[in-house]
Design a protein around this ligand. Sequence first.
Ligand code: TYD
Ligand code: MG
Length: 461
Amino acid sequence: MAKEKTLYTCTECGGTSAKWLGKCPHCGAWNTLVETVPEAAAGGRNRYGARPHQPLAGAAAAVTALADIEAADVARTPTGIEELDRVLGGGIVEGGVVLIGGDPGIGKSTLLLQALDALQRAQMDTLYVTGEESGAQVALRSRRLGIEGSQVQVLAEIQLEKILATLDALRPAVAVIDSIQTLYSDQLTSAPGSVAQVRECAAHLTRAAKSGGTAIVLVGHVTKEGALAGPRVLEHMVDTVLYFEGDTHSAYRLVRAIKNRFGAVNEIGVFAMTERGLRGVSNPSAIFLSQHAEPVPGSCVLVTLEGTRPLLVEIQALVDSGGPSPRRLSVGLERDRLAMLLAVLHRHAGVACADQDVFVNAVGGVRISEPAADLAVILAIASSLRAKPLPRGFVAFGEVGLAGEVRPAPRGQERLREAAKLGFSVAVVPRANAPKRPIEGLEIHPVERVEEAMDVVRRLQ
Ligand code: TYD
Ligand code: MG
């Protein structure tokens, strides 16, 4: 088949051009032209199946009142890996598409091979499409994982059309594509991994999943900036988006649900990388604490809530005299939020860091997005600045507002009980989170304002 002429379409206005241009000739937007399959190659129809620029033919479709539609809950098949099922909302869904992203070497291929093997053992047909490694390399990994006798079907292929044909012929229950960035479609001339290819391949695979009833897991790489390489549009196409988090140097890995059409988001799965693959950690609350023999300045333990489970995470701060333009750096916490907290600290508690470098880190590579981390960040910074450690067994949580008020965090009692269970003995918490009855072994100091929290800490130090 003769290749159709290449066509470029603007992602802003939908206008087309026969040449790639830096600027869209129709709307003037920059860098928006991406390669698309020309209409003739797609059978004279656009990607939605309509013939453009022609009057619409066909009868109107019947519609139904919402109340008359039977609400059917989707059937989920557990993968047998408990922590993975937790983030998936119970298991994989027939015809569902999952995108799983993460840094290279974090354990995506390992986890998915383990999951496929467990599913295969549960009598489901599985297919592992590897575009990055050869079959021999996959076999080597499976030996390491102790699953060398596995019946998981392996296909080493990067051409989309061949993969689609194989999916159609085998109709497996679950297929993993490792990774979406290595695939290419014959219909496009751009290189694998380009925006156009990634989008085209993902769209076809999504359609194949829906029509064939195969659950498809797409593996995606993450760029240095932390975004999934390729267009964000991938996130919109799929049903579930999971991200791997964590430091590749530490043994622990988190898998977080960012989007889930079949379950709750912000649920996390916790794993430890072992000699024999990833192992679920069912009680993860204490894994993000570094062990100090004596309390050190600049360290404050935060009780955060991830999904349904409380986690204790050590927040570290280092405040050091800076140059003419002091730096603010944060790892695992939002930098804008850090700037805001420094302003609150200055304005309401009289603690000035204007001429200081401020570094903040959440231990263990965990990413914290909830505002309830604010109080712990502020206390860690003040502790580092004054070179005074917080008391032994100290925890804190609470959101801090611009007016200096300390706002309650959701499910405060649960957080406090978890801290007490792990042997923590002193807590500074928002007043609204103070429990009515005492918690054994935990001395609780409720506060309403930042300056009040600073006073409490000063008295305890
Ligand atoms: P991998 O699954 O290949 O990562 P990704 O697909 O996300 O790029 O994980 C590779 C890392 O995991 C590698 O550094 C080796 C380590 N590893 C173990 O520690 N134990 C194991 O059993 C396996 C298979 C890998
Ligand atoms: Mg891999």
